[in-house]
Write a protein of this length. Structure first.
Length: 183
């Protein structure tokens, strides 16, 4: 019986270690948390509503005064299971942008952060078996944003409020590193 070559074993181990490492890194990424915001036993999905926030620019600060179970200022990237009815949400906005500055012989980017000046209170009515996306739209040139809630089950927007003011702060540039000189 021929002996396995060490070269083949080390390739196999390298591939195995790389695969395990990639799975580990993928599990460390930002994952969506799911919280049940009602008391009692878990109910089937046709008796509850889902409130989804991807936490990209808009964040949910509280739902009917209830803060994040993790003790953070916002819920973040989350799915909230709630009972049908009327809800009062407190939301805020935080986003980033950049613009390119063109000079006579070079160009570079200037970076900005945009935050809502204050938290915004919105009210929605949710139905059992529906999924609602809490999102936003914004106009960085006008320094404004709108709170938007979409009923993804019925494919319609149920709320769009605003515009609300944004605080825009220049956070830096890549002028030295990214100058592109033109002839």
């Amino acid at each position: 019986m021929p002996r396995p070559k060490c070269k083949n074993i080390s390739r196999f181990l390298s591939a195995l270690i790389a695969t395990v490492f990639m799975v580990y890194l993928a599990s460390c990424g930002p994952s969506k948390k799911t919280y049940s915001l009602y008391k009692g036993p878990e109910l089937p999905s046709n008796e509850t509503a889902r409130l989804v926030c991807k936490g990209e620019t808009i964040q949910i600060n509280s739902v009917n005064g209830q803060k994040s179970p993790q003790g953070k200022d916002t819920f973040g990237n989350v799915t909230l299971e709630i009972l049908p009815g009327d809800y009062h949400l407190t939301v805020s906005f935080s986003g980033n942008s950049w613009t390119t500055v063109f000079g006579e012989s070079y160009n570079y980017q200037v970076f900005f952060t945009h935050n809502s000046l204050q938290n915004v209170d919105i009210s929605i009515k949710v139905e059992a078996g529906h999924r609602y996306l809490v999102t936003s739209n914004h106009d960085y040139e006008k320094s404004t944003w709108n709170a938007v809630v979409k009923d993804e089950t019925d494919d319609k927007t149920i709320l769009e409020e605003g515009p609300y003011p944004l605080n825009s702060i220049r956070t830096g540039d890549n002028q030295e590193a990214s100058r592109v000189y033109r002839n």
